[in-house]
Write a protein that binds this ligand. Structure first.
Ligand code: PHE
Length: 338
């Protein structure tokens, strides 16, 4: 193809560039949005590059117009075909896109589902295990009077456990309960034996916070009162519970101890891990006759056992956590692991 002027030669080279750019642009589109941008840029009737190239025709010398016009038509056909082809490709890969005019293939925003706090999950599981062993759920208030927190539990007025420095008193006669044993009294006051209950909830003691202490933590209290309840019942109940919650290979140890409201009393330890370390999980014992008497039961007729275990400790032992503080810090990186 021969042309007479240098402008025509340049215009033809530009047509070649336009064709290459257009084909590349249509091939690269990944969404209906991209496709529309390319279509307007190359085939748009007002400002499209093809339209501009068509205008060039009028500026060329007469003899060159036929050659330019033919080349122009070929480029136009090629670009229109590419435009059509890529549109079909998009429609096939995402039919919905066409319907809504939105790119639904873009990944959505992550919703981040919430979950129950590990202590809530633990509590629910404990309630379930003891429920299967015949223990019903009991409740008591977190703001207690000194009668239920101390006197009825055989902790008289001059006892060191009542020290203002060791308790959160709200008034001389009320405090944030320091133990869930208060619920034992409330249940016994309201019902007659046989009694088999567990009570779970927060307790408060002004301890300095460290890896194993907090001024607020959770306990599960158990109480079983009936004719002929023995220490052997207590030990087998706690062993059976430990196996249910922590697995068949858990080892439990009972150490002689003292609590004003149980006699005899034990401390309940569990093996923490294969290193052989024992960790105290709580206290237990046979309900003291004085306590039975204070709620109007006859200690010659009925006997009972009681226990109080730390819920955090149980959860920590189960999951191999060795610091209590993350339970209260609300760090999603910790909480989302449960
Ligand atoms: N209330 C005791 C404590 O908090 C634990 C306990 C409960 C001991 C029941 C004996 C019987 O340490």
């Amino acid at each position: 193809m021969s042309v007479t002027s240098k402008e025509t030669l340049i215009a033809l080279v530009e047509l070649g560039g336009l064709e290459a750019d257009g084909l590349q642009a249509f091939e690269a589109v990944a969404s209906i949005g991209d496709w529309e941008v390319a279509r307007v840029a190359f085939l748009g009737l007002k400002q499209g590059r093809l339209k501009t190239a068509q205008e060039v025709l009028k500026t060329l010398p007469g003899p060159d117009r036929r050659a330019y016009g033919q080349r122009f038509n070929a480029v136009k056909t090629a670009l229109e075909a590419a435009c059509e082809r890529e549109r079909e490709r998009l429609d096939q890969s995402a039919p919905v896109i066409k319907m809504l005019g939105e790119d639904l293939s873009v990944p959505g925003a992550h919703l981040g589902f919430g979950r129950r706090h590990p202590l809530t999950q633990t509590s629910e599981e404990l309630i379930d295990i003891f429920g299967r062993m015949g223990f019903e759920l009991a409740r008591g208030p977190e703001i207690e009077d000194t009668f239920h927190n101390f006197e009825a539990l055989n902790i008289p007025g001059d006892h060191p456990a009542r020290e203002p420095l060791d308790n959160f008193y709200l008034s001389p006669k009320s405090l944030l309960r320091s133990q869930t044993s208060t619920v034992q009294i409330r249940v016994m006051e309201a019902t007659q034996p046989p009694i088999r209950v567990v009570a779970l909830g927060r307790v408060y003691r002004p301890d300095a916070v460290d890896a194993t202490h907090s001024f607020m933590f959770h306990q599960i209290e158990g109480l079983y009162v009936d004719r002929g309840v023995t220490m052997a019942n207590l030990k087998s109940t706690l062993r059976q519970f430990a196996k249910s919650y922590l697995g068949q290979d858990v080892t439990v140890r009972f150490r002689p101890s003292f609590f004003p409201f149980t006699e005899p009393s034990v401390e309940v330890d569990m093996m923490w891990d294969s290193s052989g370390r024992w960790v105290e999980m709580g206290g237990a014992g046979m309900v003291d006759p004085n306590v039975l008497r204070s709620v109007g039961y006859d200690p010659d007729e009925v006997s009972g056992f009681a226990f109080g275990l730390g819920i955090e400790r149980l959860c920590m032992r189960r999951h191999g956590i060795d610091d209590i503080r993350p339970f209260y810090q609300n760090d999603v990186r910790f909480l989302s692991q449960f």
